[in-house]
Design a protein around this ligand. Structure first.
Ligand SMILES: *[C@@H]1O[C@H](CO)[C@@H](O)[C@H](O)[C@H]1NC(C)=O
Ligand SMILES: *[C@@H]1O[C@H](CO)[C@@H](O)[C@H](O)[C@H]1NC(C)=O
Length: 353
């Protein structure tokens, strides 16, 4: 082959190679690693501090310890690969500095270092936690983290999630969720548990088990009418009213009983077709949803063929800071039935006010 042809062939190869390469490939790899390690911290806390009968079930400190340790782990890993990326996280370290927090600091130190590759000092871990204080917004890149979502589910040994998302210029581009207690196959609830969900904008939604590297594409169930669908709703009625949901289900002619679970695993559950509709109905007029509670779920559902809006039909706006202050509640479902679901939600809620 002459030199010109060879160089043209090489350029063609280069172009197609870069075109087919995933966007945010490095971010995806790092985020998966961070979420898996943070999930392991939460599982360790559960085994050591919650399942142990000597600790009373009312004691909430294991949640706090898991929260801080998981945030320290994720933020340490993100800072190593992306030192300039700010993070919007749920926790800060201000309650961890005093003498009375010495015991807790020690636990966080042990737990975080048990899953990190390079051992960190307690000061480095507290600084890592405080990297989560960013205010968010519409410019540039930032991550948002919920180190452990669904604390009641966590304490019961049921569903909770570690949720991480990358927001660039106000839009969610990458979402990763770890659900340590979610069955890999919903039809086999006693089988293997521990699922990781991944979505990259424009590239689809995927699931893998904690144990395998194999990301498999997932899709929402194709339902043509709402009467074939089912709800996935909170265990705790204080998060979203069960009686309102029941009235909405009636309007939609839904007869299947709701799937109930804690945490953002609900987004994962509908994304892979275990159920079809997730509603978060506002329980208080002044409540602002937090971006870390919805960023990865919003992208996952959309990439799996769904639609996510608030109860007025507006897309969730992740560009205005740490909360979704321009939105009220959340309505997520497969796109084909979303308009009917939204209408039923509005009919029921308008009769209340
Ligand atoms: C249960 O907790 C007690 C008190 O913290 C501790 O001494 C014991 O080793 C724990 N048991 C297990 C199985 O982790
Ligand atoms: C529910 O069923 C009623 C009676 O069959 C029907 O009139 C209505 O259109 C159905 N609603 C939806 C949303 O399918």
């Amino acid at each position: 082959m002459n030199r010109i042809l060879a160089s043209r062939a090489y350029n063609n190869f280069r172009c197609s190679f870069f075109r087919t390469m995933s966007s945010y490939a490095q971010e995806k790899t790092v985020a998966i690693d961070a979420v898996l390690r943070a999930s392991r911290v939460c599982q360790n806390v559960f085994q050591k501090l919650v399942s142990n009968e000597t600790i009373t079930k009312k004691d909430k400190s294991p949640v706090t310890i898991a929260d801080y340790s998981a945030q320290a782990v994720v933020n340490t890993i993100l800072a190593k690969s992306f030192p300039n990326d700010p993070i919007v996280g749920e926790e800060d370290s201000k309650d961890l500095h005093g003498e009375d927090a010495a015991n807790m600091r020690e636990k966080i130190y042990d737990l975080a270092n048990s899953v990190l590759e390079e051992s960190q000092t307690i000061k480095e871990l507290l600084d890592a936690i405080d990297r989560g204080c960013y205010s968010g917004g519409s410019k540039g890149r930032h991550w948002t983290l919920d180190p452990i979502d669904g604390t009641k589910g966590f304490l019961r040994g049921e569903q909770f999630a570690v949720c991480l998302a990358l927001i660039v210029d106000g839009k969610v581009r990458l979402g990763v969720m770890g659900c340590p207690n979610l069955p890999v196959d919903a039809k086999n609830p006693e089988g293997e548990k521990g699922c990781l969900f991944v979505a990259v904008e424009g590239e689809g939604a995927f699931q893998r088990s904690f144990e395998s590297n194999d990301l498999k594409p997932i899709k929402m169930s194709a339902v043509s009418s709402t009467s074939e669908s089912s709800f996935c709703e909170s265990v705790e009625a204080e998060h979203s009213s069960h009686s309102d949901a029941a009235q909405i289900a009636k309007l939609l002619n839904i007869t299947r009983s709701p799937v109930r679970m804690d945490s953002q695993c609900k987004y994962c559950s509908i994304s892979r077709g275990d159920a079809d509709i997730y509603l978060r109905l506002p329980t208080r007029a002044d409540y602002e949803e937090k971006i870390w509670d919805h960023a990865s779920g919003d992208l996952l559902v959309k990439e799996a063929g769904g639609e996510v809006t608030d109860i007025t039909g507006k897309p969730l706006d992740f560009s205005i800071g740490r909360t979704l202050k321009a939105n009220k509640g959340v309505v997520a479902s497969i796109a084909s039935i979303h308009p009917e679901v939204l209408k039923a939600v509005q009919d029921v809620l308008s009769k209340k006010n």
